[in-house]
Design a binder for this molecule. Structure first.
Ligand code: DX5
Ligand code: ZN
Length: 235
């Protein structure tokens, strides 16, 4: 018998499936394992924001935290590396238990970084800042598993969604579909029940949300609400 949460159940993980990815950045770092356990039944992925104090002004967490959390959950770890030199750390992230890593196209050397991630068996992503054009990622579309279109300038949680990025999401979606590519399109920054449907309509299928989920008393309900908003707004 179908339960009332059945349509909200995390899915099987085919490229293009809708995925909700709570961002750890907004969680209570003093009780990470508990917080992850709370959202896990309502999430496909856990988004891990890694900031090096150089590519972005902020410093967050690194491989030791990934390794510690790995012992507490089988959830897919989607590591967003906001780092000037991600290549120096990819192996450490893979060993720590990252499932996917996403590096920024702005740091250069994308072809080599993609090869390195593939060699390490990582699901491979390229991220674009809000002001970086679609053309920067276009040459790599057939080599990646994910394109992350930032909907805020990276560095901090709790910023406002930039609707103007939706044109780029539409461009990525058109190219992915035209090439029948198995590429997920992720949005990150200011995602909530109001903005996720806009990103869905533009073609995104992975929705990162930090403050909208962990800023909520019952974070699992907030994740479910975002999924519901995406499903309702998709028609
Ligand atoms: C921003 C990070 C985001 C951030 C999102 O630099 O990449 O993942 O945590 O946070 P919210 O959902 O609060 O905008
Ligand atoms: Zn992120």
């Amino acid at each position: 018998m179908a339960g009332e949460r059945d349509h909200l159940r995390p899915n099987s993980g085919q490229p293009g499936d809708i995925r909700i990815a709570p961002s750890l950045l907004a969680a209570d770092f003093g009780m990470l394992a508990e917080q992850v356990g709370e959202v896990a039944p309502s999430a496909e992925w856990l988004h891990v924001d890694v900031m090096d104090g150089h590519f972005v002004p902020n410093v967050s967490i690194g491989p030791p935290v990934v390794a510690s959390l790995r012992r507490h959950t089988p959830l897919f770890f989607d590591c967003h590396l906001m780092m000037t030199e991600p290549g120096r750390y990819l192996e450490e992230f893979a060993e720590a238990g990252a499932d996917g890593c996403t590096v920024h196209v702005e740091v250069g050397g994308s072809a080599g970084l993609i090869a390195q991630m593939r060699h390490l068996g990582l699901r491979t992503g390229l991220a674009l800042n809000p002001d970086t054009p679609f053309e920067a990622v276009e040459p790599y579309l057939s080599q990646v598993d994910l394109v992350l279109c930032m909907t805020v300038f990276p560095g901090f949680g709790g910023q406002s969604f930039m609707g103007e990025v939706m044109d780029k999401v539409t461009q990525v979606r058109a190219a992915v579909d035209a090439g029948s590519l198995a590429v997920d399109i992720e949005v990150d920054g200011g995602i909530d029940v109001a903005t996720a449907p806009l990103a869905r309509r533009a073609g995104a299928n992975v929705f990162v949300a930090g403050s909208a989920i962990f800023g909520h008393d019952r974070p699992w309900e907030a994740a479910d609400a975002i999924r519901r908003s995406v499903l309702a707004g998709a028609e």
